[in-house]
Design a protein around this ligand. Structure first.
Ligand SMILES: *[C@@H]1O[C@H](CO)[C@@H](O)[C@H](O)[C@H]1NC(C)=O
Ligand SMILES: *[C@@H]1O[C@H](CO)[C@@H](O)[C@H](O)[C@H]1NC(C)=O
Ligand SMILES: *[C@@H]1O[C@H](CO)[C@@H](O)[C@H](O)[C@H]1NC(C)=O
Ligand SMILES: *[C@@H]1O[C@H](CO)[C@@H](O)[C@H](O)[C@H]1NC(C)=O
Ligand SMILES: *[C@@H]1O[C@H](CO)[C@@H](O)[C@H](O)[C@H]1NC(C)=O
Ligand SMILES: *[C@@H]1O[C@H](CO)[C@@H](O)[C@H](O)[C@H]1NC(C)=O
Ligand SMILES: *[C@@H]1O[C@H](CO)[C@@H](O)[C@H](O)[C@H]1NC(C)=O
Ligand SMILES: *[C@@H]1O[C@H](CO)[C@@H](O)[C@H](O)[C@H]1NC(C)=O
Length: 874
């Protein structure tokens, strides 16, 4: 032995152990990995490291704390001698899976006093040949023994073959073997084995047992758990399990040619056992016609102690009526995933499942990969089986009797097909899962009532279906605590649907609710969820959240908003006195406000529990203006999920990783001092410049401001903006005439008669303004209620304050509020006004718009009246 080398390794080990108490390299050339386990022992993993058994065992001698578990699978180990495993004798678990061991030396396991688990699976031991394999060489302390994968399909089973007998292993509890077509010997009556697996499921070994005869398992009187899944079983005889009086769990799944035709014999057999759980899943191929469960198949189950049954992946399309009445009285759980249920009377009889608490029917109508079709055996169609069963429980009399004692259950007599009773659920039902069932529904205009109203539903998983719109009431669900609508293509959900006051956990992730939150606010979506503790609205394309969206969630502890596109988290957090965990990962957050930070700190302190915050994959701003938040993050870095992965961004776009952040943030305050001064100075500058600019703007916009003032006032008192299409019908006047009193003769003598005679209605202030109302309001009102405003521009008009006011108001109305194709303001150039006496606004307007010239010339007058009439009518 190269002692020096070992000491060196030893020293190295100590160093490693000190650095990391849980994980270190070990074994020959440090090829293996060791993990320390809580009570001071070590698990050594040498799987597929190309190591020799002897060297590994020798290295164990110097590892401290002592190695208790050794995995040396896949190292091409052949037969070995007692000396090879000398230093391994103290271990409690040895895994030698997938090596080349063909026989065991008589003394190899001598003095393995502590070993509990031995895995010799996938070797080449000739286990079923009594002369070649002597089970008595195995250590008697063993509790778990794995020997599957030693039989190859091409090994023909010899006449003399038999299951090996382990009666010397008095502590053996669990045994895994390959399943071959022979009976278990009488010696097994004395075996202590409780869990027996012959399955070839997954990576396990070989199993081919076509028929299960009454003799096959006759002597397994102590076995509690029998796994004969994936054993290519085709027939099971009536008394197959009759003698297994300890049997509690039977797994018959994945025997794809078994079908329901054997279920009657299985049911019969199980009456004599202590059965608790039967797995009868996938006893058909994945493709082919649907199947039906008949009363005769399960009739004898009524007389069993079954608590749970699994019928997954059996293409069940129909269940005979009254079948539920034959299920064992104390059945609590039904697994029925991956079937293809069709509508039938059985759906109305849910109430007959008196004690069933949990129904799992996920992935109904699941699509299977076509490649399976080639891999699976020929499909079995046993739907035409017609039993002449003697089972006493399925007589009409008996079924009626059973139904009589169950409150929500209705017995359906042989000839009755459609009854008008409502579907009822049993009051025991608590957990119902219908995830991924291709259900496509909107619940948006009819209420759905669940009977009975005092049902016990606690958890409902209907995720991975398609519910586009959920806006009317379903229920009541007075006890519902968990609801999952994940990945449901949902774009609308409201408080009517969510009126489930007891709900504690709501999963709405992976939907399309972002649009709803952004546009309509989703204001009271969560209104009634006053007991909600966990809300998941991750991956919903949310861009913003209304301030009061979470107002009523007073019990909320955790909100998951990850993978959305939120820039500002500015909701009102004051009522969220229990919020401790917020996930904002994968958004566009720059900062979080002080209210929110304070809330988390206060909640933590009051509740006595640390808050957590996930801010990974955001755009947190690394800048002086954000320094308070950055210091807060630094202080609470332990509360930040995945802090090491966090990235911060400077204003110039460059990024700061978490290490740089830890290094630089403490100096930020100093760096930002100059920034602060600059801020103060520039703020002062901005203030004075601001005052000036504001003054200028105020002056420039004075008309606009006045106009706004009047508009706001009118809006407040009920003015509604008129739509273009309805304008004509909605105007009180065709035109409001704006003129100076000096030109009254022109208005009285010509404008009014000429225009009103051809059917127009004019608004003229001396005639039409209402007394008792301020003149400004009268003007604005006249402009608003007239289709056009006609300005009679004269020398006195431009000098009259009220006239200028009218002009400006009309101008604003024309440009700001109303859509007039040809302008709502018509200017009549009544007399020549020198440009220098005209206000700028009027000059400017006339530069850009046409106006009508008044003339005293008779021919010209004709044209003038015509143009004016058209200008008003357009
Ligand atoms: C096995 O463990 C015992 C004490 O638990 C110890 O005395 C003995 O030396 C160990 N043997 C080996 C081979 O490590
Ligand atoms: C059983 O094993 C022995 C010894 O290895 C061998 O001689 C014998 O042929 C085997 N028997 C059968 C039936 O394979
Ligand atoms: C035997 O099977 C039962 C049920 O599956 C399980 O709870 C128990 O742990 C198993 N025993 C051993 C030793 O693995
Ligand atoms: C059921 O058991 C009876 C009697 O043991 C047997 O004759 C019959 O073939 C079995 N049926 C199936 C489908 O295995
Ligand atoms: C119910 O099962 C028991 C065995 O557990 C059996 O003795 C009894 O006859 C069965 N009852 C009926 C009505 O078949
Ligand atoms: C029933 O067996 C199937 C196939 O072996 C397995 O996938 C399923 O988990 C089992 N069901 C339960 C509830 O154990
Ligand atoms: C929210 O849903 C996602 C899957 O979309 C899941 O990973 C996450 O754990 C859920 N969060 C909570 C708080 O339940
Ligand atoms: C999240 O951030 C990590 C670390 O910066 C990065 O590796 C990852 O790609 C990001 N994920 C997404 C979805 O942006």
């Amino acid at each position: 032995m190269k002692l020096d080398n070992n000491i060196f390794v030893f020293a190295l080990l100590i160093v490693h152990v000190n650095i990391s108490m849980s994980f270190f390299k070990c074994g020959p050339d440090l090829k293996c990995s060791c993990t320390t386990r809580p009570p001071g022992t070590v698990a050594m993993d040498c799987k597929a490291r190309n190591v020799k058994l002897r060297q590994v065992c020798e290295s164990i001698a110097i590892i401290y704390p002592k190695v208790s578990d050794l995995n040396i699978a896949r190292n091409n180990i052949g037969n070995f001698n007692p000396e090879d495993v000398n230093h391994c004798r103290n271990i409690s678990s040895l895994n030698m899976n997938y090596n080349q061991i063909s026989s065991l030396h008589n003394y190899v396991f001598v003095d393995f006093r502590n070993i509990l688990t031995l895995d010799l699976s996938d070797n080449v031991l000739d286990i079923y040949n009594k002369t070649a394999f002597d089970p008595s060489v195995l250590p008697s302390s063993l509790r778990i023994l794995k020997l599957y994968g030693n039989f190859r399909e091409d090994n023909n089973l010899k006449e003399s073959s038999a299951y090996p007998i382990f009666t010397n292993l008095r502590n053996l509890e669990k045994l895994q073997l390959d399943g071959v077509e022979t009976d278990f010997g009488l010696e097994y009556e004395y075996s202590s084995v409780r869990n027996l697996s012959l399955s070839s499921k997954g990576p396990l070994g070989f199993c081919l047992i076509k028929d299960i005869f009454p003799t096959t398992f006759h002597s397994l009187i102590n076995v509690r758990v029998l796994d004969i899944s994936s054993c290519r079983i085709e027939n099971i005889y009536r008394d197959a399990f009759k003698h297994m009086k300890s049997l509690e769990i039977l797994d018959l799944s994945l025997n794809r040619r078994l079908g329901f035709s054997s279920l009657m014999n299985v049911s019969y057999s199980l009456q004599f056992t202590n059965i608790q759980f039967l797995n009868y899943s996938r006893v058909y191929t994945s493709f082919g016609v649907g199947t039906i469960i008949l009363n005769s198949d399960i009739c004898y189950l009524r007389n069993t102690s079954l608590k749970a049954i699994a019928l997954d992946g059996n293409k069940v399309q129909m269940i005979e009526k009254n079948t539920y009445l034959l299920l064992p009285k104390h059945l609590e759980t039904i697994y029925a995933q991956e079937n293809k249920f069709s509508f039938g009377l059985y759906l109305f009889q849910f109430g007959c499942l008196e004690h069933v608490q949990h129904i799992d029917a996920n992935n109904l109508n699941k699509v299977h990969a076509p490649i399976k079709y080639l891999a699976e055996p020929k499909p079995k169609n046993d739907n035409d089986r017609s039993w002449n069963s003697e089972c006493p429980f399925m007589t009409e009399e008996s079924l009626k009797n059973i139904a009589k004692d169950i409150p929500a259950c209705t017995y359906v007599p042989p000839n009755e097909t459609v009854a008008d009773w409502k579907p009822q659920f049993s009051r025991s039902l608590k957990i119902v899962n219908f995830s991924g069932c291709n259900m496509v529904y909107n619940i948006d205009n009819t209420q759905i009532t669940i009977n009975p109203s005092n049902n016990s539903f606690e958890a409902l998983d209907v995720s991975k279906n398609a519910f586009h719109c959920l806006s009317s009431r379903i229920g009541p669900f007075p006890n519902l605590k968990f609801l999952s609508l994940s990945r449901s293509y949902c774009s609308f959900i409201n408080s009517d649907f969510l009126s489930m006051g007891k709900l504690e956990n709501l999963q709405l992730d992976q939907n399309y609710l972002g649009g709803m939150f952004a546009h309509q606010g989703g204001r009271d979506t969560f209104e009634y969820l006053t007991n909600l503790q966990t809300l998941n609205i991750s991956t919903n394309g949310i861009t913003r959240l209304k301030k009061n969206i979470f107002n009523t969630l007073i019990m909320i502890e955790e909100i998951d908003l990850s993978s959305n596109n939120i820039e500002m988290f500015a909701v009102n957090v004051k009522p969220l006195k229990n919020l401790l965990h917020l996930n904002l990962r994968g958004n566009a957050i720059h900062t979080l406000n002080n209210d929110f930070r304070q809330l988390l700190e206060d909640n933590s302190e009051r509740i006595g529990n640390n808050f957590t915050l996930d801010l990974r994959n955001n755009s947190i701003e690394y800048s002086c203006s954000n320094q308070k938040f950055l210091y807060w993050l630094l202080y609470h870095k332990k509360r930040l999920q995945g802090f090491n992965e966090m990235v911060f961004y400077r204003l110039n776009g460059s990024s700061v990783d978490s290490n740089a952040f830890l290094r630089d943030v403490p100096h930020l305050r100093a760096q930002c001092r100059s920034y602060t001064i600059a801020m103060v100075l520039s703020a002062l500058g901005v203030l004075s410049a601001g005052a000036m600019i504001t003054g200028v703007i105020l002056y420039k916009k004075r008309w606009k401001l006045r106009y706004w003032y009047y508009m706001t006032k009118q809006n407040y008192f009920g003015y509604r903006r008129l739509l273009n299409d309805y304008e004509d019908e909605n105007y009180r006047y065709d035109a409001f005439i704006s003129y100076s009193d000096d030109d009254l003769h022109f208005i009285r003598g010509e404008i009014i008669p000429r225009l009103e005679d051809c059917g127009m209605k004019l608004c003229v202030h001396q005639r039409d303004f209402l007394p008792g109302i301020p003149i400004r309001d009268n003007i604005v009102d006249a402009i608003r209620t007239s289709k056009k405003t006609v300005v009679i521009l004269s020398k006195t008009f431009v000098k009259t304050q009220w006239c200028i006011f009218e002009f400006n108001m009309a101008r604003m109305e024309s440009t700001d509020n109303r859509v007039c194709e040809n302008g709502c303001l018509v200017i009549v150039h009544f007399e020549n006004v020198p440009a220098k006496s005209m206000p700028l606004e009027i000059l400017d307007w006339m530069d850009n718009h046409s106006y009508i010239m008044y003339t005293r010339d008779p021919d010209g007058q004709e044209l003038f009246w015509e143009s004016l009439a058209t200008a008003i009518e357009r």
